[in-house]
Design a protein around this ligand. Structure first.
Ligand SMILES: [Ca+2]
Ligand SMILES: [Ca+2]
Length: 87
């Protein structure tokens, strides 16, 4: 009995994690937050902290993808490339 419950539990878990993964592959949402709204300290780049504070799950997930030169910051030009791709 307990074994059956455990199997159901793990099946449910794997289904949930699969759908979460599928969501992560979405590259650009319908609405991308404005650069200036995320760049809180106005240094013309978006830090990881600013991305996390933006409440945009898309931005948090896509941060590494957008950061082409891997310096841990999103420059305005890096961000613009994503925006132009979506429109
Ligand atoms: Ca900034
Ligand atoms: Ca960068």
């Amino acid at each position: 009995m307990n074994k059956a419950i455990a199997i159901i539990y793990f099946c449910t878990l794997s289904i949930l994690s699969t759908s979460a993964y599928a969501e992560r592959t979405v590259l650009t949402p319908d609405t991308i937050p404005a650069f200036d709204d995320i760049d809180v300290n106005r240094d013309s780049s978006i830090s990881r902290d600013e991305a996390n504070n933006s409440k945009s799950t898309w931005l948090m997930k896509s941060f590494d993808m957008i950061d082409k030169n891997k310096d841990g910051e999103l420059s305005k030009s890096e961000y613009k490339k994503v925006k132009s791709k979506s429109s």
